[in-house]
Design a protein around this ligand. Sequence first.
Ligand code: MG
Length: 387
Amino acid sequence: MKIERVHLDFVELPLTDPFETSVGVSTVKQAWLLTVLADGVHGYAESVADPDPHWNEETHATVYFALKNHLLPRLWGREIEKPEDVAQVLGPIRANFMAKATIEMAVWDWFARAQEVPLWKLLGGDPAKTRIPVGVSIGIQPTTKDLLQAADQFIRLGYRRLKVKIKPGLDVERLTALRQHVGPSIKIMADANSAYRLEDIPNLQTLDDLDLMMLEQPLSHDDLIDHATLARAIKTPVCLDEAIRTPDDARKAIDIGACRIINIKVGRVGGHTMARVIHTMAEERGVPVWCGGMQETGIGRAHNLHMSTMTNFRLPGDTSASDRYFLEDLVDPPFTLNADGSLTVPDGPGIGVTPQPKRLAQYSSFHQELTDQSPVILVPHGMPASF
Ligand code: MG
């Protein structure tokens, strides 16, 4: 296929509740929705970038800039024989993983739709994994009581794994209360989003008795070495999220003992091709992975579910039901939680869902069509074109 046109929509979906992590609070989900068009077939994906460079250095602005000026120009007019070609063609562009993933994942969807097969089949997923066990992520709550109430609410809905965002001062006491409250059968994990330092080891050791599934990304977002030191000092398995951006990062992290689990976010590692490489490399080293969420709309959510059918995704993911975050999802029908705490992998062609046109029109605050004729250099008015 040759990409003929790309549509970019900046979508803004209201969240049901403000979501707080150790890096900030959000009340609306914003994302680039990218549609790739060729031969009368559409492919969809979304960017997982945030408005601000807090979780990661990429933002809505950098994703737009990278796509328009650096990534798409490498793809226009090029014959793409298989979806893996995109990662190879974009390889010479350093980092910009979220921007790369946005176009790469849309091309995967396009190929699956063109072949009229579900995406999981093209990715090489396990046909038996038709339902993916999922967990729910609970942001930092104002009080311990609020946390326990939120946990009750999600357990009632069927979730069997609770991920709790923590930061120094809002950790041991809260997690201890939560463990006592929900009992031993509910899986609990904590995500620190890089809020701790090595000096916090004694504090983190006190979590050892809480039977946590894992402690996610406790130290710096770009660190492997200190995580290896911490991993040796605590019993709770360390999981890495932000620090794993490439297959090399994953290999090094596993080989030095920096983690025993990896959270693969497809949108963070450049797309399905690289996610699959990390998945299989971890599998060969006996390290389980799970699929983390970035509060994606139904489009990104569907991509995550298809990737989660690969065999080494052995722990419940973060891909909660649509109503966990949104008053209304972009796709119809929205993703709903099964009674066993799982989501069903859509079985139609491609990712199996499409944006509902009315909702897309309602929630898209900016729309642009790009072709090989679109101007490449985007510079502030008055700056020389070589800027
Ligand atoms: Mg995380």
